[in-house]
Design a protein around this ligand. Sequence first.
Ligand code: HEM
Length: 388
Amino acid sequence: MTFTNYSKQWKIHRKIAQSTIRAFSSANSQTKKAFEQQIVAEATELVEIFLKLGAQGQYFNPAQELTVANAANVICALCFGKRYGHDDVEFRSLLQRVDDFGKTVGAGSLVDVMPWLQSFPNPVRSMFKNFTDLNKEFFGFIHNKVDEHRETFDPEVTRDMSDAIIGVIDKADNDNGLNKGHTEGTVSDLIGEGLDTVSTALHWILLLLAKHPDMQTKLQELIDKVVGRDRLPSVEDRNSLTYLDAFIYETMRFTSFVPITIPHCTTSDVTIEGLHIPKDTVVFVNQWSINHDPLKWKDPHIFDPLRFLNEKGCLDKDLTNNVMIFSAWKRRCIGNQIAKVEIFMFFAILLHQCRFEKRDNDDLSLNCSYGLTLKPLDYKITAKVRGK
Ligand code: HEM
C-alpha cells in the first residue's frame, strides 16, 4: 500500500488497514483499555531493564531496548499476537533487517536517477542489490507469519491484526480487487512503518530529557502533582499533562526525525508559484523544512516545548497542527493516533519512574545518522529510580 500509486484499489486497501488499526486500538472503550494495558506492561518492563542497566551509576545506550520494547512487544503483538523477549534471536534479526532497510533507503540511490547503473558492477549496483535482498528477507519473514495464521485461521476468533486482514482480504466474498499478496503487503506496511518510527521518537526524547535536566525536573514535578506516586500515569491524565505533550510535539518539530515523506508523484502537470512540474515527476514533502520555517516558527533552531503552551497552560492547537511529521492529505500516516498514544504512555511512565542523567562532561550531540528516519548518534545515559 505504502509504495503504490493512488488508485481505487489503493483506496480500498488503505481503508482496510485503517479500520484494522482502529479495531485494535480505539474502536471502543474495551479495545482502548486493552491497547493501553499492553503499552503499560511493556513500559514497566522497560523501566526495570533501564534501572538494571543503570545500576551503580553505569551508563548505557538505550537504543536497542527502546526498539525491542516498542517494536517487538507493541507492534508485533498487535500484528501477530506474539510478544518477543528482549533477547529473542528471531526478533533481533528482524530488527536488524528493518534497520538495514532504513539505512539503505535513507542513503538514497543514484539508481533512482540513473537506472542504467544497474547494468554493470559498481558500488551503487551493490547497494541496490543489498536493498533488494533485504526486501526479500523481510517479506519472507512476514510471509511465513501470515501463512502460519492462514493455517490456523478460525473465522469465529480474531486473534490479532493478521487474522483481521486475512478475514477481510483472503476470505472476502466481494470482489474488491485485492488478493493474498495484499494481505502480506498490509501486514508488512504496518510492521515496517510502526517499528522504527515510534522508537526513534522515544530515542530522541530520552536524549533531550538528559540534555535538559531543568525541563526534566519540571515535567516530573507536574507528573507527581497530577498522578501522585501511588499509581502509574494513564491516558486519562493526558489532558492535565499538557507540558508532556508540548515536549513531544517540540521533539517531533525540532528533530523532524522523518525529514522527508515517502516519494510521491504528480498525477498531472502542475504549476506552483511559477514553477512548472510535469506529470509523473517524483516529489517529496520536505517536513524538516516546514518544521524549521522561520516565517512560521520563532527561533526554529531552539528546543523550546513551552512554545506550544498558551498562557493558561493549554496546548495551542493551531501550533501543534503546524508540526509536520505524519505528512498530510490523502497519504497522511494512518498510524498517527496509535503512535501518539504509544509515545505519550512510554514517555509518561519512564518519567514517572526514572530520572535520566548524562555524564557531567558529555554535551550529548544533536547530530544524527541519516536513514529513513534521523536517529541520534549513539549516546549513553544512566537511569535512577525515583522514590515514592
Ligand atoms: C511517530 C511515529 C510515526 C511517524 C512520524 C510516521 C510518519 C509517517 C509518514 C511521514 C508517512 C508517509 C506519508 C507520505 O508519504 O506522505 C507515513 C505513512 C504510513 N504510516 Fe506512519 N508514522 C509513524 C507511525 C506509524 C505507525 C505506528 C503505523 C502503523 C502501525 C504507521 C503506518 C503507516 C502506513 C501504513 C503508512 C502508509 C500510508 C499510505 O501510503 O497511504 N505509521 N507515516
